[in-house]
Design a protein around this ligand. Sequence first.
Ligand code: SAH
Length: 253
Amino acid sequence: MTGTGQVKRYVEKGTIFVFSLLICVYGYADTTADGYHRLRQGMIEEIEADVRATSLYIDKEALDDRVMRIMGEVPRHEFVPDNAKPHAYENRPLAIGHGQTISQPYIVALMTDLLHPKPDHRVLEVGTGSGYQAAVLAGLTEHVYTMEIIEELAAEAAARIKRLGYDNIDSRMADGYYGWESAAPFDSIIVTAASDHVPPPLVKQLKPGGRMVMPVGGRFQVQQLMLIEKDQEGGIKTRQILPVRFVPLTGGH
Ligand code: SAH
């Protein structure tokens, strides 16, 4: 048997095969509680692999156990829009609306680890976004203060934080460049948007012995994730960790 009829059937069969394959590879995510748990474990393995792959930059082969444990517990799928839920545990940033993104899980874990979070710490976050990073920190510290400049995102994150029952996170809509004076000083500060300089008001609001992490670099330049340490005498030491890409720190400064 030859001719266009048979060719057509082959093409049809081929198309069905390719589609099934695509569904297997991309389209399927088990969005039950158990399914999410399994996907989260997969994400943890990917973070561990990224940590090993970047060990020359970050000076360690594995992140702190407490940090990895909390990464394995916080339900990232609760922090992303409905259409992104099947992708919630992929090790990549995801769009959260208003041109903003929830950071890649590896970067969230790394930045959290760099802060050396302790159970009695009070932490400031600039750039609430979805509230995910704040939730991770809330599981490791006494209190998290988080600031977001986009009104809708701030409102959504505040509602989400409340619905999920986090009672040690305070959030507010404001320009985080100036920090949160009334709650200062902080044991650590995390900025999840990039600026071409480290905001002096934030350095001021860091305790002696405190640690701060933020991406530094201009809008169209390579940004570097920086660790800023304040010693007991108030002296500042900075260290470049690795190149990153973040949305810009906006606001009036
Ligand atoms: N940490 C977030 C991701 C942040 S994306 C998460 O876990 O989902 C960076 C966020 O910083 C964006 O939501 C952006 O609107 C916010 N942002 C930018 N400039 C800011 C500023 N000056 N003050 C407060 N938030 C700011």
